[in-house]
Design a protein around this ligand. Structure first.
Ligand SMILES: Cc1cc2nc3c(=O)[nH]c(=O)nc-3n(C[C@H](O)[C@H](O)[C@H](O)COP(=O)(O)O)c2cc1C
Length: 229
């Protein structure tokens, strides 16, 4: 195992795996969609989140003018459409029409919501903060919807098609897959208790069984087994 020094800009790629969203916007009859990997929760009460955009993006202007936006969280079935939205600017074309995705009306904003996504977050713009060569758009969350198959207070990750995508960089994406529950104990000094040989063995056995079943049954067969079909 070798440690290597990387460029400071690699920090962004290392922190990437969060759900990719497609930002949709609407202004004076024009609509637009662009994927973003740089999103961040900022506050619980009121619920606020940040979207970091390069000022050259058409989406940045659309948000400034309309003072609202929506985040659409795609699953693997919209991998191609997500990459398509990120491959060109909406300044002089309607990318949503070009993607042939259906759209539906949002609850609280004019931006359209994209059919086929797993979850949708509607925001009103509260602040615009320059950060280096990008701009942080601070949105107050005013409506959230999610598919029951995908989300129930956490991503369920029970079925392949209902798991969010993360962005690795370039043309590479990954799927958030298995949900794992962290279990740990603390020793008398308040430190993290080491996993006992037995616990480790048990965990590794379970992981190996799961991998074997996945290989035997394929992803879909395995998920059907889990859901008892
Ligand atoms: C998966 C993915 C994630 C991206 N994340 C961001 C981001 O967080 N911020 C940003 O400014 N651009 C990001 N981009 C680039 C924009 O989506 C891309 O430049 C897009 O064409 C902008 O479209 P627009 O000009 O219509 O807004 C991302 C691209 C992809 C494919």
């Amino acid at each position: 195992m070798g440690r290597r020094l990387y460029d400071p800009t690699d920090a962004r790629r290392l922190l990437n795996p969060g759900a990719v969203s497609v930002v949709t916007t609407s202004w004076r009859g024009e609509v637009n969609a662009a994927p973003v990997a740089w999103t961040v929760p900022l506050s619980m009460s009121p619920p606020m989140l940040g979207v970091v955009l390069h000022p050259v993006r058409h989406t940045a202007d659309m948000i400034r003018f309309s003072e609202e936006f929506a985040l659409n969280i795609p699953g693997p079935e919209l991998l191609r459409e997500t990459a398509f939205f990120g491959s060109r600017s909406g300044i002089d074309e309607n990318k949503i029409e070009g993607s042939k995705l259906d759209q539906f009306a949002a609850l609280r904003v004019d931006a359209p919501l994209l059919d086929g996504c797993l979850a949708w977050i509607e925001c009103g713009l509260r602040d615009v903060i320059p950060t280096g060569d990008h701009v942080l758009f601070v949105g107050e969350v005013i409506a959230v919807q999610a598919l029951e198959e995908a989300y129930a207070e956490r991503w369920l990750l029970e079925e392949r098609n209902f798991s969010p995508l993360t962005f690795l960089g370039g043309t590479w994406y990954a799927q958030v897959r298995e949900a794992r529950e962290a279990e740990f104990e603390v020793d008398a000094q308040g430190g993290l208790m080491e996993e006992s040989a037995e616990q480790r063995e048990e965990r590794e056995e379970l992981e190996a069984e799961e991998t074997e079943l996945r290989e035997q049954e394929g992803d879909e067969g395995y998920e059907e087994m889990l859901s008892g079909e």
